[in-house]
Ligand binder design. Structure first.
Ligand SMILES: Cc1ncc(COP(=O)(O)O)c(C=O)c1O
Length: 350
């Protein structure tokens, strides 16, 4: 069984009437802001569903440029940040090139590299060092990707680490991609880093997973390549989706701070329950995950499959870079369910 099959199995069990507390998928489970829905509906009603610019509609690019303190020419909008990451690796690297990134990592990084024939260079992080990865051993990589905050640990790299990476990567002549899909869900503000290609998403910060909206902030020559990439792939993000994104950006600080407060509370509840259940973990420094191990786990896959029968779906750590004794727990459930599920896992491990 793989990661996606496990998710399907959980859904199937739910369909059959079994109660499953789902902590396996990185979905916020929170409602999309009403302002986005209203803006998208009114855009659709005014028949704005034609092809638009492959760079993004000017109003959204301008709103992003204002937020990011950059020129509109540095901004490219795309159908979700995963598609943008795929596009970036397609235009910045060629078959056989190396791409470096720390582990644990979001499994899509590995899958994209495989699909594009890129060679993965892994920088191994460990819980004992709060998921730091030591020296930046690029090994001739053409691209270095850093996910900050990190999925699956919800840890945040310190500004000195990120700035050092940006400098060393730039000195080596490689490109640096900063994946900031969870940036504003960090419990302490993360600065705006210059000198890297930054990838942002509306999915987690604005609970818009299914809308498929993200953007990059990149040097103009990279932005141009990405506009061409969009032209030959998705063409454009539908205008009504982009209008929903603008509405969120207009009320961004309220929406994001409300969400951050939810994740902070859930992280505290999950941390207390994980400790009570005998798990070892670094407390999350952002939404939306905890990454934990337990002396009773021999094989996280076996454990995760067994937990389905006990009504809990959780992701094994193996696809996140071979962390076979770890579980990734998405905190996407109300606090009482989160606590119940974690305590159930602890019971199963006794
Ligand atoms: C680290 C990271 N980056 C990017 C994404 C992609 O988000 P989206 O394609 O929904 O914008 C995800 C989604 O789970 C993620 O975990």
């Amino acid at each position: 069984m793989n990661f996606y099959e496990l998710a399907e199995k959980a859904l199937q069990l739910e369909k059959e009437g079994k109660r499953i507390i789902r902590l396996n998928i990185g979905d916020t489970g929170l409602p999309t802001p009403a302002c986005a829905i209203e803006a998208a509906c009114s855009s659709m009603k005014s028949k704005k569903a034609k092809y638009v610019s492959s760079a993004g509609i000017p109003e959204l690019r301008e709103a992003i440029a204002k937020k990011e303190g950059c020129s509109v020419d540095n901004v490219v909008v795309g159908p979700g940040s995963k598609a943008l990451l795929y596009g970036l690796l397609s235009v910045l690297a060629s078959k056989g090139d190396k791409v470096a990134f720390p582990s644990p990592y979001w499994p899509a990084y590995e899958m994209i590299c495989k699909q594009l024939g890129l060679v993965q260079v892994n920088l191994k992080g460990s819980m004992e060092s709060d998921w730091a990865f030591g020296d930046l051993a690029l090994d001739g990589a053409k691209v270095f990707m850093l996910c900050n905050p990190l999925n699956p640990t919800s840890s945040v790299y310190s500004p000195s680490v990120v700035e050092k990476c940006i400098k060393e990567v730039s000195d080596s002549g490689a490109y640096m991609i900063l994946d900031e899909a969870y940036k504003e869900l960090a419990f302490e503000p993360i600065p705006r880093y210059e000198g890297a290609i930054r990838v942002r998403s509306f999915s987690k910060e604005f609970n818009m997973e299914g809308w498929r909206l993200g953007y990059i902030v990149a040097p103009e020559e990279v932005a141009k390549k990405m506009i061409s990439y969009n032209q030959i792939t998705a063409t454009c993000v539908p205008e009504f989706i982009q209008r929903g994104g603008i509405a969120c950006l207009e009320d961004s600080s309220r929406i994001v701070s409300e969400n951050r407060a939810i994740w902070k509370k859930r992280a505290a509840v999950a941390s207390a329950a994980l400790s009570e259940a005998g798990f070892e973990f670094s407390p999350p420094a952002s939404g939306i995950y905890a990454f934990a191990t337990h002396p009773g786990i021999d094989d996280a896959w076996e454990f995760a499959i067994g937990m389905l029968d006990k009504g809990v779906a959780v992701a094994p750590g193996s696809p996140f870079g071979g962390y076979d004794k770890y579980l990734r727990i998405c905190l996407s459930q109300p606090e009482e369910f989160l606590e119940e599920a974690i305590l159930k896992m602890g019971e199963a491990l006794k």
